[in-house]
Design a protein around this ligand. Structure first.
Ligand code: FAD
Ligand code: MLT
Ligand code: ZN
Length: 438
């Protein structure tokens, strides 16, 4: 089945005839032999334009490869096709008494193949680590159509170079992932979530340090948002309300714990909250009383991206920075832009990942010129990363040098040339255009 869609040709992987890797392989073989460019596409939720065609590329959408291949209840190893929607995998595992080591706001649409290809971070990285640790194996189709079976289910395997890591986070530029094997932890019975207010950023930082020290073994998320982010959510998303009485708090933190002993875990969190309140790190807070209240707290944090899209134009930056410096950038940006825009900061504080977003009524080149290259130079000066978790895609490919040396980028380009000599896989993405075709 194929049909035309906007700029590119759209091909969907088919199910029903056993393996669906075969057709992906045949399409790539054909495209490679005729130097036709392709764009691998998952749920299309990426935030850097990686999954959209630029000119006339063939889109290979993975949506139909949505089967769970196997699940081993003893080891917790899940093997599934790349087009499985993350939320479906979360539900599948929940029924088996396990959890996905990855969760993010786009879970209802994004696919595991897209998650692995972007090395997505999300809300629980502070607990389970990155996909480089959790993905045990992948099956991938190379540019020439060859199928590389690296679908291992071993926790330890030091036989030569671990090639799967090349594909994790390569954003479809080195191959198309068709299957994934992933290690999933058992579901624990007690999950607690607190929504807290802090008077300033310094208190948020101290709270994070204390949470790591005192909640260490049960801490499963530490997220933050500033009051400007909360205002956006309250103003643009229906049915969302502030769980705390209206008062002028500058920052909010969500702290989640996950453990195996309900009374012990709750007591531990309550003692931590009391101590933090007495020490002045928290100015107000509420502990979710049930799963519905917990979902309403998460809705606030996960809803920031959606609220921004509803508010108008948005300039998005996804930065890794030293936690102590991170919020200075938001404040400096506010001073630079004055009243012309809303500058907000939120993100995965536990991972040192700031989402700096600038919301304006419409896109304006003058505003962009005030933001860039300043934001990239600032990040580079503090030895941060200009893409913590979203990838480079189309929008940030040419910015790579702010975070990587010329030598590293040159080596990446050589690897790309070796694996995709005709440059058919996701052109114009990840690597700067000048290098990917040299
Ligand atoms: P797509 O957007 O379809 O593709 C992303 C990239 O991967 C493209 O370059 C594409 O070519 C490539 N690709 C897709 N599938 C394959 C495949 N099978 N083989 C090879 N290449 C492939 N990201 C985070 O990291 N953390 C977050 O917390 C987070 N929250 C988000 C919240 C919202 C509301 C939204 C809209 C996005 C969020 N994202 C987040 C970004 C995005 O959801 C992730 O990058 C996600 O992993 C993309 O998955 P996808 O299936 O939609 O991939
Ligand atoms: C998030 O953490 O909410 C996402 O990465 C989306 C975003 O950055 O807006
Ligand atoms: Zn994020």
């Amino acid at each position: 089945m194929s049909f035309r869609m906007r700029t590119g040709f759209f091909l969907q992987t088919r199910t029903g005839c056993g393996s669906t890797t075969g057709p992906v392989s045949r399409v790539l073989k054909y495209c490679n032999s005729r130097s036709l460019a392709v764009v691998p596409q998952g749920g299309n939720t990426g935030l850097v334009g990686g999954s959209v065609p630029v000119f006339d590329e063939v889109i290979i959408n993975m949506a139909s490869m949505k089967n769970v291949v196997s699940f081993d209840k003893v080891s917790g190893i899940l093997v599934c096709e790349a087009g499985c929607i993350l939320e479906n995998l979360i539900s599948f595992l929940d029924n088996q008494g396990f959890v996905m080591p990855l969760d993010l706001g786009a879970k209802g649409s994004c696919q595991i193949g897209g998650n692995v290809s972007t090395n997505a971070g999300g809300l629980r990285l502070v607990r389970y680590g990155s996909l480089h640790g959790n993905v045990l194996g992948i099956e991938v189709v190379l540019a020439n159509g060859d199928v590389l079976d690296m679908l291992g289910t071993l926790r330890k395997d030091n036989t030569g170079y671990d090639l799967k890591h090349l594909f994790i986070g390569s954003e479809g530029s080195l191959g198309i992932i068709t299957k994934v094997s992933i290690l999933t932890p058992p579901k624990l019975s007690s999950v607690n979530l607190a929504f807290l207010a802090c008077k300033d950023y310094s208190s948020c930082q101290k709270l994070l340090l204390e949470a790591k020290r005192r909640l260490g073994e049960v801490l499963s998320a530490f997220e933050f948002l500033d009051n400007q982010s909360l205002d956006l959510v309250l103003n643009h998303l229906e049915g969302v309300r502030n769980p705390l009485p209206p008062s002028m708090h500058n920052f909010y933190a969500l702290i989640e714990t996950t453990g195996s002993d309900e009374s012990y875990d709750k007591e531990k969190l309550e003692a931590f909250l009391l101590r933090s309140m007495e020490g002045g790190l928290i100015s107000d807070g509420v502990l979710a009383q049930d799963i519905n209240q917990a979902s309403s707290f998460w809705r606030i944090r996960e809803g920031v991206a959606e609220a921004l899209m509803k508010a108008g134009a948005v300039y998005k930056y996804d930065l890794s920075l030293p936690v102590e410096k991170m919020y200075n950038l938001v404040e400096e940006m506010r001073i630079r832009l004055g009243d012309s825009s809303k500058v907000i900061g939120y993100g995965h504080l536990g991972d040192g990942n700031l989402h700096l977003n600038i919301s304006t009524p419409q896109y304006d080149d003058m505003i962009l010129a005030q933001i860039e290259p300043f934001v990239y130079e600032w990040t580079s000066k503090h030895r941060g990363s200009i893409s913590a978790e979203h990838g480079l895609g189309l929008m940030k490919a040419n910015k790579i040098f702010y975070s990587k040396s010329r030598e590293s980028v040159q080596l990446m380009a050589s690897i790309k040339k070796l694996m995709d000599p005709n440059g058919i896989l996701n052109p114009y993405k990840v690597l700067p255009h000048s290098l990917s075709y040299s």
